[in-house]
Design a protein. Structure first.
Length: 407
């Protein structure tokens, strides 16, 4: 029974740590998912409230997982785990039945599950939660408040800094289709040998006032006593879907310039703002200064936004303003504004307003490579610091876990 308790702790704790971590890589993505759910229910909340709620969810999951795995404040962790599973299991059943949003977002963009898959996953995970609560007195690890406080403080502080970094500078690991190195035209195309979608076709025929359904194998071909009523086609298996299928940019007059941008052999810098009026004014102005400075270096510059034409008019200053779907723009970059550097249809780099390089850095191929490497190094540094902090926490609690396993 002791080993069963440990298995339940490590299974539930590991899933919660992973779930919190991958969502913490992209808190803005979790915020968008919250917005989707609330929109389906006809509810609207301010973006900053949704972002705070998203970060709280990520941190809660992560810390519950840390509690279960390390035994720190174990009782709180077990109760928190069961509360989470008790709330989200029936909620995911409702989502599976009504399907207002196709992907629950429980593992961010790292792993996509259908609502039914999520519900069955929760059914499995609630079992160790019930067992841990029932056996909490018998198998509760010895609690050292000082040690537990050190562990949880290190884990919570490092994870919070990690999330704040991702909000400010874009996710350090990009699970979306628009990561650096992606060739947009290739990602929009369908391979010749790609599997097509499969459909089940049925036919409705009427005879003597009775309507009967037939398949393509047994429908009454040539039998004039049956009268054709209708035909139904249902997709039973999805075919290949290209990673990028909605990349479309137009001028404010509605002229499609997508091809012009992704087929340009030179550099194109896009300043992306899903809503101009919601962006920081100083950051928008800094981006526009970069746009004016890019021209002498033969860098095409476009401001791409999901704002209305009337909103765009308030910002017009001689730069090229274009329009795109807000959801697309939020998928490309999470920050508002954000930047995308493209050459020959390939994404060379992505930045937020906080780490956009000076305009002269964009002038040569070598510079672009340096920028890309710099972005990767930033990601490695942040992930490394997070892992070091986590390693310290697990090191501090090494003996603690050993005592727990012998209890």
């Amino acid at each position: 029974m002791r080993y069963l308790n440990l298995a339940g702790r490590f299974l539930g704790g590991s899933v919660f740590i992973f779930s919190g971590f991958v969502k913490g890589i992209d808190p803005a993505g979790t915020q968008i998912k919250f917005s989707d759910y609330l929109s389906a229910a006809g509810i609207s909340l301010p973006d900053n409230v949704l972002l705070a709620a998203a970060m709280l969810l990520c941190a809660s999951e992560f810390m519950i997982g840390i509690s279960l795995v390390t035994g720190s404040f174990y009782k709180i962790g077990v109760i928190g785990y069961l509360i989470f599973m008790g709330l989200f299991t029936p909620l995911t059943l409702i989502l599976a039945i009504y399907n207002p949003v196709s992907d629950c977002g429980c593992f961010g963009d790292a792993i996509h599950l259908t609502n039914w898959q999520t519900f069955f996953k929760n059914l499995i995970l609630i079992i160790p939660g019930i067992y841990l609560v029932v056996s909490i007195r018998k198998f509760q690890p010895p609690d050292d408040v000082r040690k537990s406080t050190i562990i949880c403080t290190i884990a919570a502080a490092s994870f919070t800094c990690f999330m704040l970094y991702n909000v400010r500078y874009n996710p350090v690991i990009d699970f979306r289709p628009y990561k650096s190195g992606t060739n947009i035209p290739e990602s929009m195309s369908t391979p010749a040998n790609a599997p097509p979608p499969e459909f089940e076709v049925t036919f409705l025929y009427k005879k003597d006032g009775e309507v009967k359904e037939f398949t393509i194998e047994n429908y009454p071909e040539g039998d004039t006593t049956w009268e054709f009523v209708d035909q139904k086609s249902v997709m039973i298996k999805k075919g290949y879907e290209p990673p990028i299928k909605d990349f479309y940019i137009s001028t404010t007059d509605g002229v499609d310039i997508t091809g012009l941008i992704i087929k340009d052999p030179g550099y194109t810098l896009l300043m992306i703002s899903h809503t101009l009026t919601k962006a920081n004014k100083k950051e928008i102005e800094a981006g526009m200064e970069a746009g004016f400075s890019a021209a002498p270096s033969n860098i095409n510059f476009y401001v791409v936004t999901g704002s209305s034409s009337s909103e765009i008019e308030a910002f017009r200053n001689g730069l090229n303003f274009c329009m795109a779907d807000k959801t697309l723009l939020k998928t490309i970059v999470r920050t508002n504004p954000g930047y995308l550097l493209i050459k020959d249809g390939t994404i060379i780099g992505k930045w937020s307003a906080a780490n956009l390089p000076s305009p002269e850095w964009f002038s040569t191929d070598a510079t672009a490579k340096i920028l890309k490497k710099s972005n990767n190094n930033n990601a490695i540094i942040v992930i490394g610091l997070f892992l070091i902090a986590s390693a310290i926490a697990f090191r501090v609690t090494g003996r603690y876990l050993l005592k727990s396993s012998k209890n």
